[in-house]
Design a protein around this ligand. Structure first.
Ligand SMILES: *Cc1c(COP(=O)(O)O)cnc(C)c1O
Length: 348
């Protein structure tokens, strides 16, 4: 089989949620963010495993994701939609009982007119300048909004992965100023915010990347292993080049393996000659540019030819691979693409 295999450990996802739930502290509800198809790992399977482990609230980016998720997890769990109530969403929000996080006066007007009495939350902007009502808008709207009984008030931290960044305390203070006297459940923290400490936790936390084994949750159990089959090997003489642009040349007689995955599978070209693959625990460097469907790897030092090499594994996490491409683990995971055979361990 030429298709690479993405092994996804749902037991590790559950263990990561349990660890983040313990860090969130007693009396705090820990939800789960499964937007972008569960960070590329399969929202339905991830959410079903987490639901079975006790998660009662999920977060998605857009209503369509929430609608699909509802079919996977049944009627009970709360599904919150970060993008709020967009034009055309009313039937979906209503029929699938989704909870939009209203982001603007325009969305509030749309929601209260088209779906009076339907659950909703409010997103406030405390400094990230991305989504939510600004403090002045909230001051003007809050009496009207509170009369409609929001079920959640939330905001999002811009710099939570840098614990010493002054923006964390500034956003915490702004959030408290806007919400301290409301008496409505509050949520401020994603994975990074959970690690900042109890004062950032409020009533509900919203981890995403930590569930999937990514930084900044350094203690996360690894969730993915990506095994790429070897199609062919060849001997390359000293001075010969490999791949597009002839960017790699053999300094000595070498053995080059050609593997079946490339940038169309999210193994982005930018990782260039920095990345390595692993034969069990032996690192093998990329040799030459990443092609659309192929990787070329220097395996001169191996004593036997393996049938596959791992590009994501315990020796090279999503964050390690991201570093070699000058990006973040989130982008590696969500880029992995549809061509892999996905093998799940753990119930799903
Ligand atoms: C994506 C997202 C999260 C989850 O963030 P992680 O850093 O992946 O834990 C939480 N809240 C909002 C608003 C988000 O957009």
């Amino acid at each position: 089989m030429g298709t690479a295999t993405l092994h996804i450990d749902l037991n590790a996802v559950v263990a990561n949620w349990q660890a983040l739930n313990a860090l969130s502290g007693p009396g705090v509800e820990t939800g789960a963010v499964v937007k972008a198809d569960g960070y590329g790992l399969g929202a339905g399977k991830v959410a079903r495993a987490l639901h079975r482990a006790g998660v009662r609230r999920f977060f998605v980016a857009v209503a369509e994701e929430g609608a699909a998720l509802r079919q996977d997890i049944g009627p009970e769990p709360v599904i919150c939609v970060f993008s709020g109530h967009m034009a055309g969403d009313a039937d979906m929000l209503h029929d699938l009982n989704l909870t939009p996080m209203l982001n603007s006066i325009e969305q509030m007007t749309r929601h209260f007119e088209s779906l009076p009495g339907q659950r909703f939350g409010v997103q406030l902007d405390t400094g990230m300048n991305r989504l939510g009502l600004e403090p002045m808008e909230w001051a003007a709207a809050r009496a009207i909004v509170m009369a409609q009984n929001p079920t959640l008030v939330m905001s999002h931290l811009a710099c939570a992965d840098e614990p010493d960044h002054p923006m964390n305390a500034a956003q915490l203070s702004a959030f408290r100023d806007m919400t301290d006297d409301l008496g409505v459940p509050r949520s401020l923290s994603a994975t990074g915010g959970i690690l900042l400490g109890a004062e950032y936790h409020f009533d509900i936390t919203r981890p995403g990347i930590g569930l999937y084994g990514g930084a900044p949750f350094a203690e996360a159990a690894p969730v993915v292993r990506l095994a790429v089959p070897l199609i062919q090997t060849r001997d390359v003489a000293q001075g010969e080049t490999v791949g597009y642009g002839g960017s790699w040349s053999a300094e000595e007689p070498s053995v080059i393996a050609t593997l079946s995955a490339g940038y169309a599978d999210g193994l982005i070209r930018a990782m260039g000659n920095e990345a390595v693959l692993f034969a069990d625990d032996i690192p093998c460097p990329l040799a030459g540019r990443v092609s659309m469907d192929l990787l070329t790897v220097d395996i001169t030092h191996l004593t036997r030819i393996p049938d596959h090499l791992d590009i994501l594994c315990t020796a090279q996490t999503v964050d390690d691979l991201a570093a070699s491409a000058n990006t973040i683990g989130y982008e590696i995971l969500t880029s992995l693409g549809p061509r892999y055979q996905r093998r799940y361990t753990g119930v799903c």
